[in-house]
Write a protein that binds this ligand. Sequence first.
Ligand SMILES: C[S@@+](CC[C@H](N)C(=O)[O-])C[C@H]1O[C@@H](n2cnc3c(N)ncnc32)[C@H](O)[C@@H]1O
Length: 201
Amino acid sequence: MIRGLGHIAGETDLLHQQHIKAAVADAYQAIGTGAGEAVVARLYSEDERRLLPEGAVTWALGVGNPVRRAELRPGETVLDVGSGGGIDSILAANFVSPGGRVIGIDVIEEMLARARANAAAAGVGDSCEFLHGEMEAIPLPADSVDAVISNGVINLSPRKSRVLAELYRVLRPGGRLTMADLLVESELPLEVKTSDAAWAG
Ligand SMILES: C[S@@+](CC[C@H](N)C(=O)[O-])C[C@H]1O[C@@H](n2cnc3c(N)ncnc32)[C@H](O)[C@@H]1O
């Protein structure tokens, strides 16, 4: 059965978006660990690995290494969108110290707790803050961050334009956005567009 056809009819669009958000949140709530070592082995260097506590490695769920390209500098404020277990927030904190800070946001409380514990274990707990929040409604004021990083997160949103507008709002003039993510280059079949597993995966 094809589910979630609400997006075809404009008036049910919001309900459909709620359905996708709930499916994504459920999937990340239920996720077990295991793939993190393989993700880190493929995407992070030995030098980066040495800065990471085991918990941050275990919970690595990203698709790239945005910090490596973000050109972060001491004193900067960085937003990590969908910070998960905190792997990129921890690496970013090493670049913005002294004087800078990293704010991670995520919708899953357990992820936020893991990120806080992992940042503390990495010795960067004082320069990292992890907030509950949605990328579609970022709980930060306008013009408040120098750089945004994100790793495998924006593809999960049913409102990608809204997310990009939010990132633009919170970035200071001249701010930078570095994201690693999944892209589709052609139209996806309806069965994929309406699959909870495809949205979450
Ligand atoms: C693929 S994981 C990536 C986590 C982390 N960036 C990393 O590289 O390990 C996606 C993360 O986005 C979070 N997430 C999902 N929907 C979100 C939303 N609407 N706003 C903020 N975070 C969200 C999930 O809870 C999960 O922690």
